[in-house]
Structures are given as structure tokens and as C-alpha cells.
Design a protein around this ligand. Structure first.
Ligand code: GLN
Length: 209
């Protein structure tokens, strides 16, 4: 599936600085807030549809995708998020957030659903247990030098990339760990905990387009 993104009217909170929502149901919300505020963006914790309506872009943090899935349905956010995506809202998902943005998930817990949007298949927990977390220097050609310091914490791997999505980065062994599709960005790792700001800058740039 290759969604067509409609042009969306952006209403920057202050001239030149978009208002970015962070889905705050569960996960590493504060780390994303810290990065975004450091870049001069206004941030809003999104737990209700009204809060989603007030933002120009959305970050879906890392955490536990099964929990984010359940809570997004319980809080009535699932359909509003899908609808905002159809209307062209830029979104960045890291780790569990990437899972939520993937059209297809393998090794999902029974009944687990995603918002979808990225024409990819991700495999949950593909790197093994929490203790097998690791950091690498990752070359991301669209970002140029220096390489990205990427922290992997029980992250998913992108096992299939459909024609709608573009690969942004792969590990040395070829496993894909970052993609973009229009104004949607999905990362297997956590840039927000290693001081990496360039993916968030890309999200802000998409919100300003
Ligand atoms: N393993 C988690 C999940 O399946 C993702 C881990 C993370 O976000 N750091 O949702």
C-alpha cells in the first residue's frame, strides 16, 4: 500500500516553530521532549484526540508496542491518529513507535494491531533480550556525516520494505533499521537517548513544509 499524503495546513505555534505532539500513553516520552525542546519546538503530550488536533507532527516513542496499542484504543486515539496520518501529519516512530507505524508485524502478541502507514514488515524483538541491547555507529546517507550513534533496546528489524517506503539505514549485516515514506519516519533504535537530533530535525522540517 502506498498512501497518498494530502497537503495539510500547518499552523505553527510560534512563527517558525511547529508544535509537536508526543504520544504519551507509555514509553520514553521525556527523552523525546528533551530533544524537541532543545530544537526550539513546542511539545504537547498527547493522550486525547483534542490534543492530537492541536499539533503539527507526532512522535511515537519507544516503550512496549503491545501496551501502546491497547492504550491507544482505550483512549480513543487509534482512529484519530490514523486519520491525522491520512491528512498528512508528519510522524516519527522510534522502536515500539516504528512497530506502531508498520503496516505488518511479525512475532506480534495475539490481537496486537498497529496504526500502519509505513509500507514495511517489522519483526518484534528481533535482536533478542533486553540484555542484548547495544549501540553502534550507523551510517545514514541522507543525514551525511557524522554517523548516527544508535541505541538498540529490544528493537524490531525491518524485514520487508515495500515500494512505498525508502530505506534510510541498514546495519553492516544488511538488516534494515530506518525507513521513511513521505512524512513518516520509522527507526528500530532510539536516537533520543544518544543525543542524536537529526531525525527530529527532519520531522520538524516535514511539519514546516
Ligand atoms: N520490544 C518492544 C516492543 O515490542 C520495543 C522496545 C523499545 O521500544 N525499546 O514494543
Amino acid at each position: 500500500m502506498s498512501p497518498t499524503f494530502l497537503r495539510r495546513t500547518v499552523s505553527p505555534s510560534v512563527a517558525g516553530s511547529p508544535r509537536v505532539g508526543i504520544l504519551a500513553l507509555q514509553g520514553d516520552v521525556r527523552e523525546h521532549e528533551h530533544v524537541l525542546q532543545g530544537l526550539g519546538a513546542d511539545t504537547v503530550r498527547v493522550r486525547r484526540p483534542e490534543e492530537l488536533n492541536a499539533v503539527d507532527a507526532l512522535v511515537i516513542p519507544g516503550g512496549e508496542s503491545t501496551v501502546i496499542d491497547k492504550l491507544s484504543r482505550a483512549f480513543g486515539l487509534r482512529e484519530p491518529i490514523r486519520s491525522a496520518m491520512r491528512d498528512g501529519m508528519p510522524m516519527l516512530g522510534t522502536c515500539a513507535g516504528l512497530i506502531m507505524l508498520a503496516d505488518t508485524v511479525t512475532d506480534a502478541v495475539g490481537g496486537q494491531e498497529t496504526f500502519g502507514g509505513l509500507d514495511v514488515t517489522v519483526q518484534r524483538n528481533a535482536f533478542g533480550r533486553q540484555t542484548e541491547s547495544f549501540e553502534v555507529e550507523l551510517d545514514v546517507p541522507v543525514l551525511g556525516a557524522p554517523p548516527v550513534r544508535a541505541a538498540f533496546i529490544r528493537g524490531p528489524v525491518i524485514t520487508d520494505v515495500g515500494p512505498g517506503a525508502t530505506i534510510l539505514a541498514a546495519l553492516a549485516d544488511g538488516r534494515v533499521v530506518a525507513v521513511e515514506q513521505g512524512v513518516l519516519f520509522g527507526l528500530s533504535f532510539h536516537p533520543e537517548i544518544t543525543g542524536e537530533t537529526r531525525f527530529h530535525e527532519r520531522l520538524l522540517a516535514a511539519a514546516m513544509r
